[in-house]
Design a protein around this ligand. Sequence first.
Ligand code: PBG
Ligand code: ZN
Length: 330
Amino acid sequence: MFPRVRLRRLRRWRLIKETQISVDDLILPVFIDETIEGIGKRPVESMPGQYRFSIESAVEEVSEAESLGIKSVLLFGIPAPESKDENGSGAYKKEGVIQRAVRAIKKEHEDLVVITDLCLCEYTSHGHCGLIENGIVANDPTLEVLGRIAVSHAEAGADIVAPSGMIDGMVKAIREELDSTGFTDTAIMSYAAKYNSALYGPFREAADSGFNHKFGDRSSYQMDFSNAREALREIELDIAEGADIVMVKPAIFYLDIIYRVSASFGFNLPLAAYNVSGEYSMITTASEKGYLNREEVMMEGLVAIKRAGADLIITYFAKEAAKLLSRNRI
Ligand code: PBG
Ligand code: ZN
């Protein structure tokens, strides 16, 4: 008891830090736009500091990330608008943007862990994450297409595929298709507990996906943000179906979910959290205005995600955080 006990005594030292993030935990998302040529890149207006890259400039971006110590990237393919169709058939083309990008990146960066976002929404003319039947996303018919996309990513050289469409049974379907085509070593990181969140707003401009839904929204397949218990079922099912890594998304508004998932399954497999576009843009914009200190809030957010129980953090701040970490600033 006070005055003999004084918690201030230890507060002076890094030695007593309970949580630290390492550059090894960070995954950098990279947007690759088929319509950009050469070494070009185009700023994403809704995410200041982020770009859409051509394939060639994506290779450079990845080189820079690797030189900062980052071990993994999550790639998003953005096809030419005219190549989108009802069934998202551009998603599994051998010469599709993501397949070409993976080959180009793997050729130069063999050891980098290349993860591909596996979904239909960037490739469908209606902007939904699955095939449409009778005006709604039809779950089961979508599974076969997801399997096909997974194989095309694996053939291109992806180390991990990351299905993000919240289609029931997607992990099972993808695992079966990968195994039966010989890609038994291709891992699956499932967007297992993905909420129907307004925080994806800026991403939809960045990836040209879904912000222009022709009809409806994603509430029939993404989770209601009022629910926590349901997240544990989603995670449990995806583990049973064969997920190697599970993800909670978004991150900072969902620390309770990360904590619960980590408490229930954290001993079983790695848990990833996605620090999404809206989280990035809120911090970026408020700090541009001078209301927040960008680096401090960024690090506080990333450490909070780790403290809640995430092992891996997918974040647009990855390069900046890596720079700060190398200077031992947190
Ligand atoms: C596509 C996908 C989305 C994100 C990752 N993959 C958008 C969505 O489902 O609406 C969000 C990423 C972000 O906001 O940073 N299924
Ligand atoms: Zn999608």
